[in-house]
Design a protein around this ligand. Sequence first.
Ligand SMILES: Nc1ncnc2c1ncn2[C@@H]1O[C@H](COP(=O)(O)OP(=O)(O)OP(=O)(O)O)[C@@H](O)[C@H]1O
Ligand SMILES: [Mg+2]
Length: 482
Amino acid sequence: MLSSIKTRIIAFYMAVLFVTLPALGVLLYATLDKIVYNAIDSGLLSKAKALATLIYEDKDETEFNFSDDIMWEYNSPKARTFFQIRRPDGNIIEKSESLGNVELLFQPGDRGTTFKTILLKGSPARLINFYIHNKVEKTENSPAKAGEAKKQGLDLLLQCAQDISLQTAMLRNYKIALFLSIFTVMAISAAGGFVIARRALEPVEKMSETVDKISEANLSERIDIENTPKELRVLASSFNTTFDRLAEAFKRQKQFTADASHELRTPLSVILSQSEITLRKERSGPEYKKALTAVMDAAQIMSAMVSKLLFLARLSAERITLDKEPVALNKIITEAAGLLAPVNNQNNTRINIAPLSSHLLVTGDKTALLQLYINIIDNAIKYGGTERVVDISVRKEDEFLVSEIKDHGIGMHSEELSKIFDRFYRVDKSRSRNSGGMGLGMSICQAIVRQHNGKIEIKSEIGTGTIVSIYLRSVKRTRIRT
Ligand SMILES: Nc1ncnc2c1ncn2[C@@H]1O[C@H](COP(=O)(O)OP(=O)(O)OP(=O)(O)O)[C@@H](O)[C@H]1O
Ligand SMILES: [Mg+2]
């Protein structure tokens, strides 16, 4: 159950409330209780002290100088204050009329000033036991004689009590009010917490609903960023970016399937039509040879395309393990140019390779790198226009060795540059078809360069030519394996 964020938030919130609010309630109640009892006790102590000043001992007799002014609060039958004076042995020698025939509780032994809560006439009352030590014997009231006052060691216990039923009722009501308030606050907060948790997670639920709606058939759905809370906008926008990429990938995939079928259909229809026409009637030897040659040419185109596609698919899926080692670029470039000699001869193109040091080393797979340079130089020859010159140079830039393959040919529009890495993309379909292009070379080049943690940059201008820059990571001071 706690796997839900909503439940977790509410559980945590409730746990905090259930601990803090009752603790606060107990603290508030204890504070008020203390204040009330302190006030009662200090009132009782003042009363006891005031009464003590009016008690005198004369030989064996004790005199009480209680005036009516003082006694009015003790003597009425309805009075809520009481007093009682005992000898240390417990004998009562005086008590207020308010006590009637009731006695205040006496516990011999404890001789300090003590306070107790007792039950008096069925009501709660607070009692002070106040000992009057060494009561001064009464003398003539002259100051000289007062100085000679004789201490007799006559102890008396003065007990004062006060009915506290009003205060205890007040405390009880306060306790109930506090309990009810805490309970109400807890209930409201719990409900509020539930609503807040639900509201807070609503946008997440909305997002997940939108995500659920996205499928292969409906890739256009997006999360509404405007109406998403600020905290979730980053998440929402990364979802949207991912969906954009997914949609783009799906689109490319569909395009690829359509293009591949289209490209394969042309040689296939050549094979079918050639075979069909040839088989309609008996043919002569040269006729069969001509038909078979056409079939073989078409099959060769198909075979080349399929192997290129397979190579590309394996490379993109990283199913080809590249055998990386230090490779000398001068060798690779010269070898690639050499392998392209037949095409080159047809086109009559001059390939100028700038003098290259044998120390220009990159880490890479020899065969893949050779394929990369063949594809780029092949394009430079094929689309080299009338000037028919290809310049190749290598320079060092930071950690890269940058090979520049420059032609002075037909060039491309800037908007074509990003598309030429798409499979089967050809700027001018009819033109490339004539030159035998399938639109796969640059996709293969990009996959190879990516596998080597490098990059390809293309600058091109219509009618002026194209410069392809291949960035490959250089190796320093390593011996070449030949
Ligand atoms: N140096 C260049 N100058 C002008 N256009 C170019 C150049 N290189 C590539 N292109 C354009 O980019 C397209 C894609 O190139 P890519 O090498 O992928 O395919 P291709 O050469 O047509 O066929 P493939 O290389 O598969 O035989 C080409 O068809 C061509 O239109
Ligand atoms: Mg090409």
